[in-house]
Design a protein around this ligand. Structure first.
Ligand code: ADP
Length: 169
């Protein structure tokens, strides 16, 4: 072990605990990336007051896509969906904030963009259910699993935003 004083670890642990609000996994799918919607989508989460704690761009393998969507493996569109997710760059992100899992889904809108309200990401920016540009975790268990699938713990950045006192009071 490195000669690091015990207190240093303590401080890091406390900081992690103190900073950790609810987190969700959000991905801009290949259609959103190809259509030049990365900044538009990030902007909606950012302007709401949620905090970006991890981000990367990658082309997932088909095997990886199947892991991500394992809950849907019995669905008829599963294979096409996994082919699609692995067909190009995906922007993978973790967003943090009070109620971010549920409200993130609200920002995203219904699965079928035809049923998404105007004002939502899919409602405003997408048309077809197979090209609905964004993914967001649907609950706290999936959020935890998806964050762990897409990111290593070291890629998650815990920090306090100066805006937090203006967002949460
Ligand atoms: P969500 O992404 O809103 O959580 P699901 O988990 O039910 O929705 O489905 C995952 C993804 O599978 C959807 O975002 C969509 O891209 C795709 N999908 C869902 N239903 C269909 C369908 N009927 N036909 C083609 N693709 C679909």
């Amino acid at each position: 072990a490195l000669a690091v004083p015990a207190g240093v670890y303590m401080l890091q642990d406390q900081q992690l605990q103190a900073a950790e609000l609810e987190r969700t996994f959000i991905a801009i799918k290949p259609d959103g990336v190809q259509r030049g919607l990365i900044a538009e989508i990030i902007s909606r989460f950012e302007k709401k007051g949620f905090k970006l704690v991890a981000i990367k761009i990658m082309i997932p393998s088909k095997d990886f896509a199947q892991k991500h969507y394992h809950d849907l493996k019995e669905r008829p569109f599963f294979n096409g969906l996994c082919d699609f997710l692995s067909s190009g760059p995906v922007v993978a992100m973790v967003w943090e904030g009070e109620g971010v899992i549920k409200y993130g889904r609200k920002l995203i809108g219904a699965t079928d963009p035809q049923k998404s309200e105007p004002g939502t990401i899919r409602g405003d920016l997408a048309v077809g259910v197979g090209r609905n540009i964004i993914h967001g975790s649907d609950g706290s268990e999936t959020a935890k699993d998806e964050i762990a699938l897409w990111f290593t713990p070291r890629e998650l950045v815990s920090y306090t935003s100066n805006a937090e006192k203006w967002i949460y009071g």
